[in-house]
Design a protein around this ligand. Structure first.
Ligand SMILES: *Cc1c(COP(=O)(O)O)cnc(C)c1O
Length: 405
């Protein structure tokens, strides 16, 4: 008997009723209410949202040209920065937390710095205050990359509100999905006005039609019976070619489309949003139980870097004792549909294929980030990874662990 394919993250499945245009509401209004914010701005992807944010900041500070991001992040961040004509600087990570290293960050920040991007990777909340302190000291802005953290909170507020601005992704696999979509938020009304000014408001019928078809495909196939075809097969093919970059979905092209998020897809998102709170609460409960069991085995589960924050749980992120052990465990289960994956395969300079957008950032020190990249492993927190399958993963992992004592 073949077990169903578990998706790599806990994406919210769509229901047939979500597709009926009269069912959905106004996504911008409903999302702002759900996040308890005065206003949000919709864009066609998280990457496009980041580009809008960068253009808005560049208009405010035309003399500044550098953007500091973690060395271990989504390659789309590097592509977006390059496409805005800005120079990326790569910041190494802390040894004790999946977050920007403050010493490295201070070393990179200068009068050239336009923005710093603390990143809430895999739903874990970064320490934005620390990034703010470094950025403010040189007059730079802070953009919270909350692409993977819609619903996460810090200090009683949505992430994205401690920095000057923040963005979420509505791409497949990042929680709520319009197949591709992005959301911009900002604390100050003046910054929100600057974002509106820089927003990508033009419609693109070609791209929108394509995204509508893709969203229908997602609605049809994002279920235990459909994922073998839509996710499992291409994954197995990539793995058989030993192409980890494609298997992890880290293979991006240079071109970033920018257009308005279409009406129908907004309505689908607004309809699904009504179930997101309950879905995330359930995900958190499932994660808490499983995190406790992983920790009982002596495993290191990555936690929020910001004290007292409430992250979200698309995956449970482990830092394994060695890269070899991580690779061995991943190889034994990646292709079998048990929901293992990598947040990203490499630190940005190690892909090679993104060198053309790194520029001088290729020379920035990234050794601790590289160590994280080699030892991290994400276990899906999808409801379709049931207890018996999680138990099997756990006992297989336990067998690989060095015996203590
Ligand atoms: C996915 C992702 C992005 C880009 O978002 P898209 O909606 O896919 O364009 C940016 N940053 C991080 C950390 C991401 O994971």
């Amino acid at each position: 008997m073949r077990l169903p394919t578990v998706p790599p993250t806990a994406g919210l499945p769509l229901q047939f009723g979500d597709l009926l245009p009269w069912r959905g509401g106004d996504l911008a209004r409903d999302l702002a209410a759900w996040l308890q914010l005065p206003e949000v701005q919709l864009e066609c992807s998280g990457t496009s949202a980041l580009m809008v944010a960068l253009r808005a900041l560049k208009a405010l500070e035309p003399g500044r040209s550098e953007v500091v991001a973690p060395a271990y992040t989504c390659p789309l961040v590097a592509l977006a920065i390059a496409q805005c004509g800005l120079q990326l600087r790569l910041c190494d990570l802390r040894a004790d937390a999946l977050d920007l290293d403050p010493r490295a960050l201070r070393g990179l920040c200068s009068a050239k710095t336009l923005a710093v991007l603390p990143t809430h990777l895999c739903g874990r909340v970064a320490d934005v205050d620390q990034a703010l302190a470094c950025a403010r000291a040189v007059g730079a802005y802070v953009i919270e990359d909350a692409a993977q953290a819609l619903g996460a909170r810090n200090g009683g507020e949505s992430v994205g509100m401690r920095g000057d601005l923040g963005f979420f992704s509505l791409a497949v696999g990042k929680g709520l999905s319009t197949f591709e979509g992005g959301v911009l938020v900002a604390r100050e009304a003046s910054m929100r006005a600057a974002l509106r000014q820089a927003g990508a408001s033009g419609s693109s019928p070609g791209w929108e039609l394509r995204r509508c078809v893709e969203l229908l495909g997602y609605a049809a196939l994002y279920r235990p019976s459909g994922l073998g075809l839509a996710y499992g097969r291409p994954l197995a093919q990539a793995l058989s070619r030993r192409d980890w970059v494609e298997a992890a979905g880290d293979d991006f092209g240079d071109f970033i489309p920018q257009h308005a998020l279409g009406r129908w897809r907004q309505r689908v998102g607004a309809s699904a949003l009504r179930r997101l709170g309950a879905f995330q609460r359930e995900a958190q409960q499932r994660a808490m139980g499983r995190v406790a069991r992983l920790q009982a085995l002596g495993l290191e589960v990555v936690a929020d870097a910001a004290a007292g924050a409430q992250g979200v749980w698309p995956v449970i992120l482990l830092r394994l004792p060695s890269g070899q052990l991580r690779d061995d465990f991943l190889q034994s289960h990646w292709g079998d549909g048990s929901g293992l994956s990598l947040p990203f395969v490499y630190v940005l300079p190690d892909y090679g294929r993104y060198d053309h957008v790194l520029g001088t950032a290729g020379g920035d020190a990234v050794s601790r980030a590289r160590d994280w990249a080699q030892r991290l492993l994400a276990i899906s927190n999808s409801p379709w990874l049931d207890d018996s399958r999680f138990d099997r993963l756990l006992s297989d992992l336990q067998r690989l662990l060095p015996r203590s004592g």
